[in-house]
Design a protein around this ligand. Structure first.
Ligand code: HEC
Length: 124
């Protein structure tokens, strides 16, 4: 519980800093692309299950990546969420985006919020 609170606090700080040139009046929300993820949406247990089932096979046991599968564990939650949203919308980023698009399409907004915090923080 304590750990989860600490993670939550760090994304609030990051979110505020990243968008500090705009009007960030409510620090309990993180704005990524068009979607606002509330910190309450983050559930690390759900995220761990999604990761084991749908991400680990390519990105590695500790999200460390391999060959053309990018490392995720060194990214910020906002970065991961933004990429997942782009893939979910069907847009390509790199040459192998098709692999991600099919996985991202299954993710809800809550899934994206959770998995983004999870991969960025669980393997430190
Ligand atoms: C079938 C293999 C595969 C699976 C399964 C998979 N990925 Fe990926 N992932 C890739 C590849 C390949 C790329 C690079 C795609 C490209 O060229 O745009 C990628 C890219 C990403 C990126 C962007 C990284 C960056 O640095 O730009 C994120 C974030 C990501 N994946 C998260 C996930 C998450 C979360 C899951 C589980 C829900 C997942 N991936 C499942 C293969 C996979």
């Amino acid at each position: 519980m304590l750990r989860r609170y600490a993670l939550t606090a760090s994304i609030i700080l990051f979110g505020t800093a990243a968008w500090s040139d705009g009007d960030v009046s409510d620090a309990s929300e993180i704005e990524v692309a068009e979607t606002v993820y509330a910190v309450e949406d983050v559930d690390l247990e759900v995220a761990a299950k999604i990761f084991q089932k749908s991400c680990r096979a390519c990105h590695g046991n500790k999200a460390q990546g391999a060959a053309s599968y990018p490392k995720l564990s060194d990214k910020e939650p906002q970065y991961v969420a933004e990429k997942l949203e782009i893939y979910r919308s069907g847009q390509k980023i790199g040459p192998n985006s098709i692999l991600m698009i099919q996985h991202a399409k299954k993710l809800s907004d809550e899934d994206i919020a959770s998995i983004s915090v999870y991969v960025a923080t669980a393997f430190d």
